[in-house]
Design a protein around this ligand. Structure first.
Ligand SMILES: Cc1cc2nc3c(=O)[nH]c(=O)nc-3n(C[C@H](O)[C@H](O)[C@H](O)COP(=O)(O)OP(=O)(O)OC[C@H]3O[C@@H](n4cnc5c(N)ncnc54)[C@H](O)[C@@H]3O)c2cc1C
Length: 475
């Protein structure tokens, strides 16, 4: 077993079997956030990680993909420079250069995180842990026992479909992040967040992209209006997509892959990216054997993130719900605060903001229109087109903001759904989440003065419209 001790002055006194207040299995977003907050609140922590602290988000997820998406935006700017009167052209994509930029971002953040973990005197055990019941995790025959709680945070892996084997030219996001070339033609299986983000990157880098999605629309977890906006924008960008059609099989040959669909269509490409979702990493870790209540591989918890076993909590992607890094962080912090005797407020999943960083971006918080109708009965909606916004015109982006509030024309209640599509709308989600989480009414937001020229003005205008006030024009 290799073990890294970050205990500073306490290092000598620690023994391998020493009990700490918390034992955390998994050092990703959920696990390390819990560790850092618990240590900050004076608890002793052992965190077990068999790869790199930082987990999927830092090493194989959010950060590297967003670096690729930024490189893609730079490529688009170079390609489109002339339309802004700037003489640029895109000579090509040097994937080694892109990767060294991306890896540099990850390395810097990783170093910072390692420093933080060390400075909080968190003991990091490098190795594969297995929960063995009680409050104990075993790593290579060595047991680590918690006096207060074990926190399970083993995260997720890229799923595939039955019979669809990953290998060669059939890849997942893990391999897609380390590619040293841009594929000429690529099929992306899955039009969810990861699928549309890679489709967007590769298109900007010059590839012919086809997305295949079994559900009737791209980004199907978002409000249907957002999906339609995205589909329109993707069509304009030349990203092909086939929705409502299922994958049948794939053949690999010398020149690439032949993807067959259930409707009889076939698509030839260099690569098939399988982006059909992420499964919980909960097999071979002892959860089921220890009697933890599970559902289809996910760990079931209550609102306090407790499992059915005393002193055993779970956070992050192994808990059913949104598989997002900031949700995992929030859950980790929530558990740490509970264990330190504070009284944190349970997390409202609906109040967690979602951003998909493709071009154009999708950002949302709260309920979709059907969800809002189901919960509240009568709702009112408004769509504000970004065509009316100065900054959006400067950026040359299309899209809009859709708002949903409770009640009808004469009794409008709080805003319960905010859905945005357009360049950089992810940056507007901070205000959107305040509106939702503070149960603001459209009128409350309409009173605020938004900076000009920003897209936040469109946010304000949309609320003005929902509040039934005349629209301003901010040219
Ligand atoms: C391509 C991609 C892009 C993404 N983009 C975004 C984004 O932009 N924004 C966003 O919010 N989310 C994004 N996500 C999702 C985000 O990465 C996850 O929601 C987040 O990482 C979940 O955190 P976690 O702590 O539950 O699990 P993980 O980050 O997966 O961490 C679990 C850790 O546990 C370790 N581990 C597992 N089993 C064991 C064991 N038995 N012993 C020891 N260690 C173990 C693993 O090595 C891993 O480090 C993206 C994901 C992917 C794949």
């Amino acid at each position: 077993m290799s073990e890294q001790r970050n205990g500073g002055d306490d290092e000598e006194e620690m023994t391998l079997s020493e009990t700490t207040d918390l034992v955390i299995l998994g050092g990703g977003s959920g696990g390390y956030a819990c560790a850092l907050r618990a240590a900050q609140l004076g608890l002793t922590v052992t965190m077990i990680e068999n790869d790199k602290v930082g987990g999927t988000c830092l090493h194989k997820g959010c950060i590297p993909t967003k670096a690729l998406l930024h490189a893609a935006e730079v490529a688009d700017s170079a390609r489109e420079g002339e339309s802004f009167g700037v003489k640029t052209s895109l000579e090509g994509i040097d994937m080694n250069g892109v990767n060294s930029y991306k890896d540099g971002v990850v390395a810097k953040l990783y170093k910072g995180l390692q420093g933080l973990v060390k400075s909080r005197k968190i003991t990091v055990v490098e190795g594969t842990g297995r929960f063995v019941g009680g409050k104990t995790v075993e790593v290579d025959g060595q047991r680590y026992t918690a006096s207060k709680a074990v926190v399970l945070a083993t995260g997720s892996y890229a799923r595939t479909l039955p019979g669809l084997e990953i290998g060669g030219k059939v890849i997942t996001s893990d391999q897609a992040l380390t590619m040293d070339y841009v594929p000429g033609r690529v099929v992306v299986l899955g039009g969810g967040v990861i699928g549309v983000e890679f489709a967007s990157v590769w298109r900007s880098f010059g590839a012919e992209v086809t997305i295949v999605e079994a559900l009737p629309r791209l980004a199907a977890l978002e409000d249907e209006w957002s999906s339609k906006q995205l589909e329109r924008a993707f069509r304009k960008r030349g990203i092909a997509f086939k929705t409502g059609v299922k994958f049948a099989s794939v053949e690999q040959n010398d020149s690439g892959v032949k993807v067959s669909l259930e409707n009889g269509d076939t698509i030839d490409a260099d690569l098939l990216l399988v982006a059909v979702g992420r499964g919980p990493r909960t097999s071979d870790v002892g959860y089921e054997e220890a009697g933890i209540t599970m559902d289809r591989g996910f760990v079931i918890t209550n609102e306090q993130l407790r499992t059915n076993l005393d002193g055993v909590y779970a956070v992050g992607d192994i808990v059913p719900g949104l598989q997002l890094a900031h949700r995992g962080f929030g859950q980790g912090i929530f558990v740490a605060e509970q264990l330190a005797g504070l009284d944190p407020t349970p997390i409202d999943e609906t109040g967690i903001p979602k951003v998909t960083y493709c071009n154009p971006e999708i950002a949302s918080v709260g309920l979709t229109e059907p969800q809002a109708k189901e919960k509240y009965g009568e709702v009112s909606t408004v769509v504000y087109d970004l065509a009316g916004n100065g900054k959006s015109q400067i950026l040359r982006t299309a899209g809009g903001i859709k708002l949903i509030c409770v009640g009808g024309k004469d009794d409008r209640g709080p805003v319960v759904g905010i859905h945005m599509v357009g360049a950089r709308v992810g940056e507007l989600v901070g205000e959107a989440q305040l509106v939702y989480n503070w149960e603001a009414h459209a009128d409350d937001v309409a009173k605020l003065i938004h900076a000009h020229p920003t897209q936040t003005e469109a946010f304000g205008e949309a609320h003005l419209a929902l509040a039934g006030k005349p629209l301003h024009a901010h040219g």
